[in-house]
Design a protein around this ligand. Structure first.
Ligand SMILES: [Zn+2]
Length: 344
């Protein structure tokens, strides 16, 4: 079968790889119907050292169950399923606490001999715990929004949830990428009435307004901080959702959070230190967030997607065939695309 291999920065290829097959009684074999490129895939795309054999990549996909091992129940051949971006047994103590990203028997796609999602098929370990059955056909118009449940939408939701967004909290979202826009949609779903979106790409912030943002701040750095303060009587907002992962974004987050407030970060951090000095201590600011246990949120979010209450799949603005996946990476890296859907 064909699958995406990253060989180094800027070097993504589609190559023939061995067909996956059931190896353990807890495995399932899934034919991929649609996959996508994640903002976090862009970090290796920008910086990975050249590698002769390369690595499989991709961790977001929807597919059809073609086969499964003897210890998998609840799935039938032909089922359409979505996979969260970490596979997990969904039964261990961490999973029962809703932290499937720390599963004692789980792991990442595209690592240690596990298939990546940007290919024609995937061997899914711990299939019963990992896969969520979708009650629609593979030609459903809901597919982009259902695919967003694999990572981007639950990641935005995790940010708003861990921050403690409620109808009584004001919110700033930093970043107008697909995760930032998902965080806006999530804050709106949790009842926030004031949502300030910091982003400078008008087509993206326009989608943010559609998702529930009430104010847009296009300025960055000190200017952006001043603008948010101006909009909030000088205080900043109760909750700040940092959806970028860069040092200036986390610094902005601490600058625009209200005293006693919460900063949540879900952008894969490209920094090692956060500005939690005496001044922040004195303001009683909490830092939370982290990698999103997408599996923990899918059951909660799925009904709203199925009945059309929310349409998180609007973040997809480009679809490419698997053979053109490198063009998809380029478009996201050059920001001509917000988020790219890949069809094998
Ligand atoms: Zn587990």
């Amino acid at each position: 079968m064909r699958a995406t291999i990253i060989h180094g920065a800027g070097d993504v290829r589609v190559e023939n790889v061995p067909d996956p097959h059931i190896q353990a009684s807890t495995d399932a074999l899934v034919r991929v119907v649609s996959a996508c490129i994640c903002g976090s895939d862009l970090w290796p795309y920008r910086s990975m050292a050249a590698s002769e054999h390369g690595e499989r990549i991709g961790h977001e996909f929807i597919g059809v169950v073609e086969d499964f091992g003897s210890d998998v129940s609840g799935l039938t051949k032909g089922d359409l399923v979505v996979a969260p971006f970490v596979w997990a047994d969904n039964t261990c103590d961490f999973c029962r606490e809703g932290l499937q990203t720390s599963c004692r028997h789980g792991g990442l796609w595209g690592r240690n001999g596990i298939d990546g999602g940007q290919g024609e098929a995937v061997r899914v370990p711990q299939a019963q715990g990992t896969l969520v059955k979708l009650p629609v056909g593979e030609d459903s118009a809901l597919l982009p929004s259902l695919l967003s449940l694999s990572d981007v939408f639950p990641t935005g939701y995790h940010c708003a949830h861990t921050a403690g967004v409620t109808p009584r909290t004001t919110v700033t979202v930093i970043g107008d990428g697909a995760v930032g826009l998902s965080a806006v949609l999530s804050a709106k779903r949790l009842g926030a009435e004031r949502i300030i979106l910091m982003g400078r790409h008008k087509d993206r912030t326009d989608l943010g307004l559609r998702f529930g943002a009430t104010d847009i701040v296009a300025e960055r750095g000190e200017e952006g901080i001043e603008k948010v303060k101006e909009l909030t009587g000088g205080d900043g907002t109760h909750r700040v959702l940092e959806c970028v992962g860069l040092k200036d974004a986390i610094e902005t987050a601490f600058a625009v959070v209200r005293d006693g407030g919460v900063v949540s970060r879900v952008g894969a951090p490209q920094y090692a230190e956060v500005p939690m000095d005496f001044g922040v201590f004195f303001r009683n600011v909490t830092l939370t967030g982290g990698v999103a246990p997408a599996r923990a949120y899918i059951d909660e979010l799925l009904p709203d997607v199925l009945d059309g209450t929310i349409e998180p799949g609007l973040v997809f603005d480009l679809t490419v065939d698997l053979d053109d996946v490198s063009a998809g990476y380029r478009a996201m890296a050059e920001r001509t695309a917000l988020k790219v859907l890949v069809r094998p």
